[in-house]
Design a protein around this ligand. Sequence first.
Ligand code: UDP
Ligand code: MG
Length: 316
Amino acid sequence: MDISIVIPLFNEEDSLPELVQWIEKVMITNSFSYEILFIDDGSKDDSWNVIKSLSEKNKNITGISFQRNYGKSAALYVGFEAAKGDYVITMDADLQDNPEEIPEMVRMLKEDGFDLVSGWKKIRHDPVLSKNLPSKLYNWTVRRMTRIKLHDMNCGLKAYKKRVIKSIEVYGDMHRFIPVLAKWAGYKNIGEKVVKHQERKYGVTKFGLERFVRGPLDLISVMFISRFAKRPMHFFGVFGTFMFAVGFVATLWVGIQKLIALNKHIKAPLITDNPYFFIALTAMIIGSLFFMTGFLADLVSRNSADRNNYQIAEKI
Ligand code: UDP
Ligand code: MG
C-alpha cells in the first residue's frame, strides 16, 4: 500500500463526507493505493456513524473509535500503530488542510530524501489574535530551542516515511512536537512545504486558551527529556553539586570567622545573626535535594521500558 492517511477527529460530523470525497479524488487522480484511517477521539456527535456509513461505501476507509476523548496525541498514536502504508499522512478532519498537497509531499519523501515533510500554513485562515500571532511567537521559540528550522511545527498536515512514525511515541500533548520526537529518534531530514489552508467550514476549534499554558510547559519537558531522559543525574548532579559547594564554602566562611573572633577574645556575634549562615544552610539543603532527585530520576530511567529502545537504521 502506498499511503495511509491518519485523521484524528473530535466532533466533526459535518466535515467528514466532503473530506472523504476530496481525498478520494486526489488518490484516484494520482492512482495511489491508500487507506483512510479515522480515529474518532470520543466524539459526542454523530461522527462515528458517519464514518461507519462512509466505510461501507469505500473499502479503503477504516476507523477506530475511542471510548472517551483522550486527545489528539492519543488518536495519532493509535493511528500510527495501525497504519500500513509506505508513506503516512496526518491531517485534520475539519477541511482546513488541503488533500491536494499530498502528492507533492509524498514526492518529497520519495525523491528528495526527506524523512518527514511538515506543512507550513504560510497564509493562515484562523483568528489573528487567538491563533496566528501566538503561533508565530511559539514557532520562533521552538525554532530557537530545538534548532529545527520549521515555520509551522504544529501543522496538522504532515507526511512521514513509515519507519519514522513506527519509531516515535506520541503521548500527552506531544502532537505539537512530532518533528522534535522524529529528530530525537535520529531522523534529521525534516522538510517543509508551504500548504494551502482553509477557514474552518463546520464546527469549532477544539484547542482553546489552555494551550497557552500547556504548550510552553510541554516544550520545556520535551527539551529536558530529549537531553537528559537517559541520564538525569547529569542535570541534577551538576546543579546539586554547585549549590552544595556554595553552601559548604559559606558555612566554612561563617565558621572560620567565628573561630578567629573567639581566638582573639573578641565578643563574636552569634552565628545565627549572620545572614550568610541562612544562605549557606538553604544552599546545602537545596543541593542535597537536587542530588537525591537525580538519584531517584536515575532509578526511574533505569527501569523505563524503552531504556534500550534503539532505532536500527540498517543490517546486513
Ligand atoms: N482533535 C482530536 N481530539 C481532540 C481535539 C481535536 O482528535 O481532543 C482533532 C480535531 O477534530 C481536528 C484536529 O484534531 O481534526 C485539529 O483540531 P482543531 O481543528 O480544533 O485545531 P485548530 O485547527 O483550531 O488548531
Ligand atoms: Mg482546525
